[in-house]
Design a protein around this ligand. Structure first.
Ligand SMILES: Cc1cc2nc3c(=O)[nH]c(=O)nc-3n(C[C@H](O)[C@H](O)[C@H](O)COP(=O)(O)OP(=O)(O)OC[C@H]3O[C@@H](n4cnc5c(N)ncnc54)[C@H](O)[C@@H]3O)c2cc1C
Ligand code: SF4
Length: 285
């Protein structure tokens, strides 16, 4: 095995694209990403999501490419004495019958209920980010919704990246609604902990009418059936801070909780209400 340090590659820039989006290099550190003025102004939930992850020291070292490709924290995945379909396909999933109170309720199957721990990916999913890469066959792009493969019965296959490909960056398309966005993360202690539930929300309300709304949930495998699907109240619905109709989410309706993580359905629903209330109040100011 050969270890290659990609951090010296010239992929550490953040620049505006001609259409008003942002291009973020793969080796941009999490700290630099969260501190960048254009990220904070145009996609504030992304900056908040990154700052909610890990610790200051880790964020100074972690990169965009590495954060997207980090592996699950499921304890059975690293416990060689226990069956795990992700580590050893076809052996079974120890978490389904065992310890799963922190495991995924979205995008999970009976073959694997592991979460993907990236906070950043939840915000990127809400903003329709596109991952760019270079492989032996040339350059390519994958929308985040297609970057992470559905879990299905092949949890060991995590991304659609070609073998040996190098992530070169992430493109954020222009999204005016993203300027009115927030990230909320619930964890078991106030800092330096992975999410047990998280949400990115963006809301564009003008003259009391919802023009656009986006919601993405975590933690789960981002993408189809995970955080990539976006849901929320109807566009055109009249919203006031005090009289918001209960939000509907097809994605939450499709949650597949297990006995010890069913609490997450309520937790995510409450996060939706809290976040939309905050964003609505902000819009009314
Ligand atoms: C204790 C701890 C707590 C954490 N808490 C959180 C948290 O709460 N939220 C959160 O989102 N994250 C969290 N993280 C993850 C952390 O923020 C990093 O993103 C993660 O550890 C990956 O580190 P890295 O970026 O240095 O990537 P590496 O560890 O260097 O790489 C990870 C993988 O990606 C591959 N890779 C890296 N760059 C590229 C590229 N450009 N192209 C192709 N492949 C590439 C590597 O080969 C490797 O397989 C935590 C990590 C730790 C250790
Ligand atoms: S949840 Fe996934 S990673 Fe964890 S034991 Fe089951 S198959 Fe393995």
């Amino acid at each position: 095995m050969r270890l290659v340090d990609v951090r010296e590659l010239p992929l550490d820039g953040i620049e505006s694209t001609a259409d008003g989006g942002l291009r973020i290099g793969a080796t941009v550190t999490n700290s630099d990403l969260a501190a960048h003025p254009e990220v904070r102004r145009r996609y504030p939930a992304l900056a908040q999501a990154v700052l909610a992850g890990a610790s200051g020291q880790l964020r100074n070292m972690a990169t965009v490419g590495g954060n997207l490709l980090q592996r699950t924290r499921c304890g059975y995945f690293t416990d060689l004495s226990k069956p795990c379909n992700k580590r050893a396909p076809g052996t079974g999933c120890s978490a389904v019958e065992g310890e799963h109170h922190n495991h995924a309720i979205l995008g999970a199957t009976e073959h694997c209920v592991a979460i993907h721990p990236s906070d950043m990916a939840v915000a990127l999913a809400a903003f329709d980010a596109v991952v760019t890469y270079e492989s032996a066959d040339g350059t390519g792009q994958l929308p985040l919704a297609a970057f992470y493969l559905p879990v299905g019965d092949t949890p060991h296959l995590e991304t659609a990246l070609p073998a040996g490909a190098l992530i070169t960056g992430v493109i954020l398309p222009p999204a005016p609604v993203a300027a009115h966005s927030r990230y909320r993360k619930v964890r078991e202690r106030a800092s330096y902990a992975f999410a047990i539930g998280s949400i990115t929300g963006a809301l564009d309300v003008r003259d009391g009418v919802v023009r656009e709304v986006r919601l993405a949930f975590g933690p789960s495998r981002p993408g189809r059936g995970g955080t990539g699907g976006r849901a929320g109240p109807d566009r055109g619905a009249r919203r006031t801070p005090r009289r918001s109709p209960p939000p509907r989410s097809a994605e939450l309706a499709a949650a597949r909780p297990l006995p010890h993580n069913a609490y997450k359905v309520t937790l995510l629903r409450n996060l939706v209400v809290a976040l939309l209330t905050e964003l609505t109040e902000e819009a009314a100011r």
